[in-house]
Design a protein around this ligand. Sequence first.
Ligand SMILES: Cc1ncc(COP(=O)(O)O)c(C=O)c1O
Length: 359
Amino acid sequence: MSEATTPRFRSVLDRFVAYKPGKVVVSPEGRSFKLSSNESPHGPLPSVVDAIAEAAENINRYPDNNATALTEAIAGFCGVPADHVAVGCGSVGMTQMLLEAVAEPGAEVVYAWRSFEAYPLLVALSGATSAQVALREETHDLAAMADAITDRTRLVFICNPNNPTGTAVRRAEIEAFLDRVPSDCLVVLDEAYREYVRDDEVPDGLTLYGDRPNLAILRTFSKAYGLAGLRIGFLVAHPLVAGAIRKTFLPFSVNSVAQAAGIASLAATDELLERVEGTVKERDRVRSALLADGWTVPPTEANFVWLRLGDRTMEFSAACDAQGVSVRPFAGEGARISIGAPEENDAFLAVAKSFPHRD
Ligand SMILES: Cc1ncc(COP(=O)(O)O)c(C=O)c1O
């Protein structure tokens, strides 16, 4: 027998650090407020729980692999034909599907940095190379991103509003950028936080893709729709793009309970958007309180705020942990804090107030 060896893994895994989800902490008094994953602070609506319970009766059967009813409901909701829609296992699953469709060794993927942590991980796994373009004043620098596109660029992600800074790019800048992108390069507008946007100048991607066959709009049920635990994301694009992406779908990866919950959630959009309105009010209250307290906080169109703490990021995160408030720190850069229920936001503001931060 030959000498024992370990299985051979792809070399990309040698340097690879898997995705780290937002943590949960508990204070010595037993308090635990999770402001680290940009989730909805609200539990599911009764109508959604009913749909989930009903769907649970049939989980001995495989789900509809085409998610036909959900796709039609999304298409109706977005006012687009059903062949413009592709669904996936969360928008992070859709991101992987997109990369499987366009990325390969030698290809480049352009995106702003810092942005959503899953982009570099999934690009690396796809075998393509990341071309990261620094944010300017915490915002996408779309002119620099257009400059970074080469003939190897297959995909550009624009995260709007940007995770983790909350900043959003406006219609004129996006259109000027799109005009510069070669038509064989796909642009993905990741609008995971679209429902929280209140700046009228920030376009709804669905109004942009009509005459742009290389633009895809990415949305999720995880944030405003409160279904993070069920994993549904979707993409809207021209049929050629949506069809290519659908080919990369991991069979059955949007389960039947999720499909039913997605349909029920769309039917309850008005109720859910009322909740979003509450979060937006809280966001504005939290940002105003931080500004009044002397913090620098970029304008945010999402359900979180960003504090550029630099070297003090981990110290700040530890101070939050000690009070049972978990935030999302990026060591050496800053911390992202999700907007939760008023009591949770107050607990975070109390930590921020007592943390030495004025020069
Ligand atoms: C910008 C952005 N895109 C996509 C996602 C992924 O969301 P999900 O996979 O839950 O749909 C997130 C989640 O935090 C995000 O911030």
